[in-house]
Design a protein around this ligand. Sequence first.
Ligand code: ZN
Ligand code: ZN
Ligand code: ZN
Length: 171
Amino acid sequence: MKAEFSLAKKSQRRTVFPTPDHDHGRCAHDAIAHAEAICAARKERLTPIRHRVLEALLASHQPLGAYELIDRLAVRGARPAPITIYRALDFLREQSLVHRIESRNAFIACVHNHDSHDPVVFLICEQCGAVGEAAAAAVAETIKTASRAAGFTPKTPVIEISGICAHCKAA
Ligand SMILES: [Zn+2]
Ligand SMILES: [Zn+2]
Ligand SMILES: [Zn+2]
């Protein structure tokens, strides 16, 4: 649990959209180390297939569809069955290591350390395809209030916004 906390502090300093020239190797390496620490702390197994799926998603900050993921994995080994990939994705999502981007029907590796209950807004860049995560506690509160006023019981709000990231805008 201690390791989880220190990693959380470290990743909070990361910007929502890493610069195009950031050290992504380091980014991916840290995310894998974080996943290993999380799984060890929770006594969950980061099996080879789960590890490979996470690694493939960490190739970039762009989301990948399940079949794109299968294609990537097939380059370096046997072609995995879709069910195998979906199971691995389910596990990684349960651990908040991967998120599903509903509007793209795709998945991204989370490079932030947050609880699955922490509300986030997914910011999707239409130009470079990168997905950023911004904290959205106030937005989630507003949605909850509006839903309750309508007599509606909200579950997990999914908030995805398309637009242009700061790096593409500057370019
Ligand atoms: Zn990166
Ligand atoms: Zn996340
Ligand atoms: Zn962009």
